[in-house]
Write a protein that binds this ligand. Sequence first.
Ligand code: UDP
Length: 440
Amino acid sequence: MREGSHVIVLPFPAQGHITPMSQFCKRLVSKGLKITLILVSDKPSPPYRTEHDLITVVPISNGFQEDEEQSQDLDDYMERVETSIKTRLPKLIEDMKLSGNPPRALVYDSTMPWLLDVAHSSGLRGAVFFTQPWLVSTIYYHVNKGSFSVPSTRHDHSALASFPSFPMLNSYDLPSFLRESSSYPNILRIVIDQLSNIDRVDIVLCNTFDKLEEKLLKWVQSLWPVLNIGPTVPSMYLDKRLTEDKNYGFSLFDANVAKCIEWLDSKQPSSVVYVSLGSLVILKEDQMMELAAGLKQSGYFFLWVVRDTEKNKLPRNWSPQLEVLRHESIGCFLTHCGWNSMLEGLSLGVPMIGMPHWADQPTNGKFMEDVWKVGVRVKADVDGFVRSEEIVKRVGEVMEGEKGKEIRKNAEKWKLLTLEAVSEGGRSDKSINEFVSMFC
Ligand code: UDP
């Protein structure tokens, strides 16, 4: 490898994007690349180094002054971030070149497609990184191309969408922004725009693995230079013999590791329901109470992560999710079906109960239940409310009974396939090698 091969990585500032992209950085470093990880931040701070000096973290302003109140308006926020990055990044790249450490590529988050032109105008190759699966990106692609029109009825349960290599999807299985387009017009535009310039992108990276989306792979690879490099779950969590750095990501939250694990250690194998709805989902108070009632009535021990923002509803917490999921006391994972959580559950062979809320979660949940068959989804009323009886029923279904056994068997199969993909010589490992070799 050429001495000093250097790549910049720039995730969108949300946990579900920072985690997989920072993990990808670690994989690249382990293959010998030098990485600058740019983190969009509301607090200006000096660059620092990590991973044996091979990852340099450079915080970059999100465009708000330190004492300025941050806008809740997404358009305003995105515009500030874009202006700030467009002003600062070219200068940063020039400085890197002058200091003898020229970057060769910019790996950027798919939600910021304008970064492709920033890369090209600075003489770098542009590699887009999708933190969502192809299942979801291809739906957005069809919408962007106008080859799929979004249903206007919000609660249409009839089968309505058929995509190549997909099971039939009804409106509840689509990414929520499509069926609730009037509620989130700005987010809808951002997610659809992700694929707006994909035909010009030099390398397309996706946090998935070939076997997981096998049917779609041929099609996306016929269109774009695709490399599936996931799941970016650290290998030490997949195989206890591996001893990679324990600090598995750059977290926006602090986790109380010792307290969680100590409590789990006191429980029997496969006896605990782990409940986490990720970093963004906000449940209404009555839904929180209903979920709590269902978990209590189910009669199982449960570990439920409730974020700081929800503190008025229940006590504060954030868990070391991977440590928890691989603990032998965990019997199932009640998840909001965020893509990282799905990959983590799948990688660790944990049966799941999907309680999708919004974004790509309904689509991920559909595949989890009907295609990979590693769990079940809760059924909501027409207004989206999930009753406690439904929680009790689904927890029982997965923790015990015939269906639970089948799910466990499938979960074990997917765990092995995941390990195979990321192990040396596996498909995702080869894709990472291919990416690295482009800069040798
Ligand atoms: N996570 C965690 N502790 C928690 C909850 C979540 O470490 O208590 C991590 C989780 O392991 C995952 C990420 O936060 O890597 C959440 O990403 P996901 O795509 O699942 O959901 P999002 O937060 O984007 O909705």
